[in-house]
Design a protein around this ligand. Structure first.
Ligand code: SF4
Length: 312
């Protein structure tokens, strides 16, 4: 008997589920793209560390790539130290609950599952979130359990129940090594369903939509393509609070343009971090949370103009 989905779940199936037609991608494209990226890196190869040890290699995440292509001052030292907050830890907790729920033999009530996820993360000394969670007082912890349970419940209401036959992978790491392992581009896929070439890569979002979400997913599709030789069929951002799905087919054109973006950002990131290149400042929305926005004249000018436009 076929599964009966509610309208929200059916929408996800219709947008992301099996498709007979998919973009035609030449089998030689992965080798071609990899060779192009390696070629683009040659002019900065002398700046890279000699020894390809884990500690020494040049690492770039999807967020750093986006930063390098936005304001180079922000990329270098505008982000400040990372701090866990109630807002940014919700995603990690809900992802953990989703990950466990897929493999549970007997379903657990959402609140119990969230409680258990928080306990496991609190006790995991290897994760920085644990230091934040163990300092929460009873009230803050209860508040967090409530917010995360609501998000998790919404996911179970609006996303179709994930079957093991969909070959789900949760929080799976992917990486691309370049320049004889002296560069590593890495990341973690929230959820992948299906096997290549029918795979769909999904980012589960607790915040608002941003155009950068498309860039992040295209990068993951490219890394997966270069590793496997088959591109994922689709990528999608799934917004947990609104149950919206933003999806994109992965075509040859998308892979080629993503590779060019990676090439440009990576070369520039190496020049800036290892070659002491002069950063090009590009003031924009990120000036609001940039650690340098008190003494950067370009940023101060931009923010003053924005405040004037806002009328406050
Ligand atoms: S304040 Fe704005 S322009 Fe200046 S470094 Fe930060 S993000 Fe760039």
């Amino acid at each position: 008997m076929s599964e009966v989905y509610n309208p929200a779940q059916q929408k996800v199936i219709d947008m992301l589920g099996k498709a007979e037609v998919r973009p035609d991608i030449p089998p030689s494209l992965a080798d071609e793209i990899r060779a192009e990226i390696e070629q683009a890196l040659l002019p900065v190869a002398h700046l890279l560390p000699d020894i390809a040890t884990y500690e020494n290699r040049f690492y770039l995440s999807k967020q750093s790539l986006t930063n390098a292509l936005s304001c180079e001052g922000f990329f270098l030292d505008g982000q400040g130290p990372f701090e866990w907050t109630n807002a940014n830890c919700k995603g990690t907790i809900v992802h953990k609950a989703i990950e466990v729920s897929i493999n549970l033999r007997h379903p657990m009530p959402p609140t119990d599952l969230i409680e258990e996820s928080i306990s496991r993360l609190s006790n995991d000394a290897g994760k920085s979130i644990s230091e934040f969670l163990i300092t929460l007082d009873e009230f803050a912890r209860a508040e967090l359990v409530g917010e995360c349970s609501a998000l998790f419940t919404r996911f179970t209401e609006c996303f179709p129940p994930i079957k093991s036959s969909w070959i789900p992978q949760v929080e799976s790491s992917l990486a691309l090594n370049l320049s004889n392992n002296r560069i590593r581009i890495g990341g973690k896929v929230d959820l992948a369903l299906g096997k290549p070439p029918d795979k769909v890569i999904i980012d589960l979002k607790t915040g608002r939509w941003s155009p950068a979400h498309y860039d992040d997913l295209r990068l993951y599709a490219l890394i997966d393509f270069l590793a496997i030789g088959n591109a994922p069929r689709k990528v999608a951002s799934y917004y947990l609070d609104t149950a919206e799905v933003h999806q994109e087919d992965i075509s040859e054109a998308v892979l080629r343009s993503t590779a060019r973006r990676l090439q440009d950002g990576l070369v520039r990131a190496v020049e800036l971090k290892l070659g002491n290149a002069e950063p090009v400042l590009r003031p924009a929305g990120h000036c609001n949370w940039c650690a340098k926005n008190n003494d950067c004249s370009a940023g101060l000018e931009y923010l003053a103009k924005k405040h004037e436009e806002d009328g406050w």
